[in-house]
Design a protein around this ligand. Structure first.
Ligand SMILES: Nc1ncnc2c1ncn2[C@@H]1O[C@H](COP(=O)(O)OP(=O)(O)OP(=O)(O)O)[C@@H](O)[C@H]1O
Length: 600
């Protein structure tokens, strides 16, 4: 009961939001404390300037009314002096604030990206690209509402309010009291609109994520969209999402508008009432005209902190949703402590799997109690029907996922105890889906490891049977391959990624369906390339059994288990899955006379 009430209280006053905001941004505030202290001092001087200007208006008016021309001689330069100081402080404040905010945003982006890269694959594979993009394009920019002027206003506005109130009471306490009657109203408006704005901002952020996800799917799946005539459907989906965002933005604008009008109304009503009452006091000679001018100037500064505070509250609410989303990412437990970098691997390359069991969803076992010993330098082929667990096995060997039970060891050392840099440098991986980065062919090959010489580059490309093709391109190794290598065929991309894997010079080479995207001629090229790779432990997943007939060991998998193991010559004579798969390949080959011709 007490806990429930405490939670309601926390939700009402958004204590959790405040805690989360300071947990996320507190370290940055501390890091840039010098800038914030400077901003604070400039802000204090601005409060003094506010009082100074109010005093100046009153004094110069009284001097004019009372014909004290001598006073005007020094009041003019005094006023100009105040103005110069005010302009200078405003410039420095704006400049320093902007520099500080942008530095924090820059570092926050770096922190979030680094954290994402350190998360376990199990976590990141479930995240939507659109959501991830939104963190960088939207959320980080939204934190401005809590780290910039707003944060300092939280201090400045109460201080201004206090200084102005004291001065007003000194001039006339009855008039000062009028100003005070609006305080509860201004606070109430701020609180109500703040919560409404926050709820709306939350919906807006979710909508922006959805839009980014759809856009991402559209651009990634452009060829599928074209072949299935989905252009209209996808553009309708995107339009409707944009329309929903527009509606939310309009609601946001209305809320901000009402909020602004509410604040202005309170300010104006109080101002007019104060002015009329002041005029009455002047007519009764209770105060001077100058004091009235000073008073109405101060009155503006009394109300604006209140509505200003409420405005900051509203802005804080919008930022709070962004902070919540960023905190959700940063609260995810990371797997590594630092970003791993390439180190030459010293392991020989033997792999041991000891009673490995693994499930992605804790329900269906993708790998079921698997034990396998692969000596260093051997070529091992993994075959099996679709969904047998072959790719999962590669993920486990590379440590992308940890087994639920059992152990993977490299050179008989538990893989999970190896430093991540060592473990990851020990594998060169050619994935099912070839991914090339934007840039040139050379850029993509040089990514394999640091300090690759031109000679090594060309040798690896020759080994992967891609050099001759590269030389036919207009800019040869300096040819741009586009964001996703769009200008290369599937086979060319695959051979390029094999060259990249060779260049990594890792003791273990993992090829996942390396021949699946290849035509028969390219398959032969790749076959030769694989034959040329010596002194490395090579694990190949292949559907076309022709590629792996000379493997030292063939492991046949089905439903996460090893069902057969041996060399091609042994397995082909046995009843079992391998023979069935082999027959399927044979039948497929019969339909491809050109491949037959090339293979012979
Ligand atoms: N990220 C994932 N989340 C949940 N289940 C998964 C995931 N990846 C694979 N699986 C499931 O694990 C099982 C093994 O999948 P895996 O991709 O390892 O098979 P495979 O033998 O490589 O298949 P293919 O030859 O078709 O690539 C399948 O049942 C698959 O549905």
């Amino acid at each position: 009961m007490i806990k429930k009430k405490w939670n309601t209280f926390k939700n009402m006053f958004l204590i959790e939001d405040i805690r989360r905001t300071f947990a996320l941004l507190g370290p940055y505030l501390l890091k840039y404390k010098r800038s914030y202290i400077s901003l604070f001092l400039i802000m204090l001087s601005q409060i003094l300037l506010t009082i100074g200007f109010a005093w100046f208006f009153g004094t110069i008016t009284d001097a004019a009314v009372q014909n004290e021309t001598d006073k005007l001689k020094w009041l003019l330069p005094f006023g100009l002096g105040l103005l110069s100081i005010s302009l200078a402080t405003t410039y420095f404040y704006t400049y320093l604030e902007s520099v500080t905010i942008n530095k924090v945003k820059l570092e926050l982006k770096e922190q979030v990206l680094k954290h994402l890269l350190l998360l376990p694959v199990k976590k990141t594979s479930n995240m939507r690209t659109g959501d991830l993009m939104t963190h960088f394009t939207n959320d980080v920019n939204c934190i401005e509402g809590v780290i910039g002027s707003n944060l300092l206003y939280l201090i400045q506005l109460p201080l201004t309010f206090a200084a102005v109130s004291v001065y007003m009471f000194i001039i006339n306490w009855q008039m000062a009291l009028i100003g005070f009657t609006v305080i509860p109203l201004a606070i109430a408006i701020g609180a109500v609109f703040g919560i409404l704005l926050r709820n709306n901002s939350r919906k807006m952020f979710t909508q922006i994520s959805d839009i980014n996800s759809t856009l991402n799917e559209i651009f990634q799946g452009l060829s599928v969209i074209r072949s299935f005539l989905l252009e209209k459907k996808m553009s309708q989906k995107q339009n409707s999402q944009n329309q929903d965002l527009f509606t939310l933005e309009m609601k946001n604008t209305k809320l901000r508008g009402f909020f602004y009008i509410g604040g202005e109304a309170i300010t104006s009503i109080t101002y007019i009432t104060g002015l009329c009452l002041g005029a009455y006091f002047v007519s009764k000679s209770m105060i001077t005209v100058g004091s009235l001018l000073t008073f109405v100037t101060l009155m503006q500064h009394l109300i604006s902190p209140l509505t200003g505070l409420a405005g900051i509250w509203g802005s804080f609410q919008s930022s709070a949703s962004a902070v919540e989303r960023l905190s959700n990412i940063l609260n995810e437990e990371i797997e590594l402590n630092h970003l791993p970098e390439y180190v030459p691997s010293k392991i020989k390359g033997s792999i041991q799997l000891k009673n490995i069991t693994f499930s992605y969803d804790q329900q269906k076992k993708s790998i079921d109690n698997m034990t396998l010993d692969i000596p260093a330098g051997q070529t091992v082929a993994i075959v099996g029907p679709s969904g047998a667990g072959k790719s999962t096995l590669f993920h486990l060997i590379q440590g992308f996922y940890q087994p639920d039970s059992g152990m993977v060891t490299l050179d008989h050392n538990p893989a999970e105890l190896l430093p991540p840099s060592v473990a990851r440098s020990s594998f060169a991986y050619v994935a099912q889906e070839t991914f090339l980065f934007s840039g040139t062919i050379k850029d993509n090959l040089l990514l394999a490891r640091p300090n690759i010489s031109n000679q090594e580059l060309v040798t690896a490309a020759k080994q992967a049977n891609i050099h001759n093709f590269i030389m036919t391109l207009p800019n040869q190794y300096d040819t741009e391959v586009g964001e996703r290598g769009v200008r290369l065929s599937g086979g060319q991309k695959q051979r390029l990624s094999i060259a990249r894997a060779i260049l990594k010079n890792a003791p273990i080479l993992l090829l996942d369906e390396a021949t699946s995207a290849l035509d028969s001629e390219s398959e032969l090229f790749v076959k030769e390339a694989l034959a040329a790779i010596k002194n490395k432990t090579t694990l190949i997943i292949a559907h076309r059994l022709s590629t792996i007939q000379h493997a030292d060991l063939i492991v046949v998998m089905d439903e996460g288990k090893i069902v057969q193991m041996g060399r091609h010559e042994e397995l082909i004579t046995q009843e079992g899955l391998y023979r069935k798969l082999s027959h399927l390949t044979f039948k497929a080959k019969e339909k491809l006379p050109s491949l037959k011709a090339i293979s012979q």
